[in-house]
Design a protein around this ligand. Structure first.
Ligand SMILES: Nc1ncnc2c1ncn2[C@@H]1O[C@H](COP(=O)(O)OP(=O)(O)OP(=O)(O)O)[C@@H](O)[C@H]1O
Length: 312
């Protein structure tokens, strides 16, 4: 039987009572070997969700379970024990690495902290990962404070995340600073780990990358889930107007990129669909919050559009 790796239920996070929640009523479950993309624009709550999953933030409401263990029941050593099964690649490649270590030391460190007896094997594995990720041997022992680019740091962070063979990888835009061919090297390496049973939550702005990396995706808008489904269907047949806008904004050969709408603030305390201010299909009923509707085993959408009861 496939085991649950992570799940969240009605997860809500409010940083400040006067602001809209950073996350509201988010629910999903990730099983062993599955990969899930969190897709959404800047500020939609993707990073906060990863931090909640690791117990680095506590939810205002709702539940987080990691490897079957509710995180509100654990603290201290128990939380660290659960976290050791996970690796986290933060978004910021400048703050995400210990600056006084060399790439080789930084990559091997997470392994030998918990398993010092593996220093020799760990060093060899770190060299292999750095080499697979295109970090030249001449740089392996140079201190990270000295001139590494954002892209190089990102690749070192990926090697550091993979060295422990995590059961769950939480990756926050791990390829955002890579050129196209290096990005493919990263994608291919991640796919090897996924094939070997690792589970992954992959944060990105980019639906095309989400499809390349994962089978299933959640589209978030202003902290709410607006659509979930197989990533190839989110891209080919988006249902929510926000997902449609994301797809139509993808660059296409020979076509200029059009910016049709600008983000506008919602009235304070607005309780309806968070996308209403930008939605070309919005109507009166959208002043209420659309519930997440399950359309099939694989797909759900939070939108009144296409709902046969919309006139009522
Ligand atoms: N420590 C904090 N204190 C107050 N508000 C915060 C804090 N961290 C995040 N937020 C707010 O929570 C919301 C979600 O932020 P989050 O970083 O999770 O979004 P994101 O989707 O990861 O964005 P990006 O793609 O830009 O990283 C934003 O409105 C942000 O301003």
């Amino acid at each position: 039987m496939t085991e649950e790796v992570a799940s969240v239920e009605s997860l809500t996070l409010t940083f400040d009572k006067i602001d809209a929640p950073a996350l509201a009523d988010v629910s999903f479950c990730l099983n062993e070997g599955e990969s899930l993309a969190l897709v959404g624009e800047s500020g939609s709550g993707k990073t906060s969700l990863l931090r909640l999953l690791l117990g680095l933030l506590r939810p205002t409401r709702g539940k987080v379970r990691l490897f079957g263990q509710p995180l509100d029941d654990v603290d201290g050593e128990e939380l660290r024990r659960i976290r050791r099964k996970c690796s986290y690649i933060p978004q910021d490649p400048f703050g995400g690495l210990p600056p006084t270590l060399s790439p080789l030391q930084a990559v091997v460190e997470p392994l030998i902290v918990t398993r010092p007896n593996l220093k020799y094997e760990g060093t060899n594995k770190a060299k292999e990962l750095l080499s697979d990720l295109g970090i030249e041997e001449a740089l392996w022992n140079r201190k990270l404070v000295q001139g590494f680019s954002g892209g190089q740091r990102q690749r070192i962070m990926l090697a550091r995340a993979l060295i422990t063979d995590p059961k769950l990888l939480l990756a926050d835009e791990p390829t955002s600073m890579q050129d196209v061919s290096t990005r493919m090297d990263l994608i291919n390496l991640l796919k090897v780990y996924l094939k070997n049973g690792m589970s992954m939550i992959f944060v990105t702005h980019d639906l095309l990358l989400a499809k390349a990396m994962t089978l299933r995706g959640i589209v978030l808008y202003r902290g709410r889930m607006c659509e979930t489904g197989p990533t190839h269907l989110l891209l080919r047949d988006p249902l929510h107007p926000y997902t449609k806008a994301l797809v139509s904004a993808l660059p296409k050969l020979g076509k200029p990129i059009e910016v049709k709408v600008k983000r506008r603030p919602l009235p304070v305390g607005f309780k309806g669909c968070p996308y209403l201010a930008l939605c070309p299909y919005g109507f009166d009923r959208c002043k209420d919050l659309p519930p997440m509707k399950q359309l099939s085993d694989a797909r759900s959408v939070a939108c009144f559009m296409g709902d046969t009861s919309q006139g009522t």
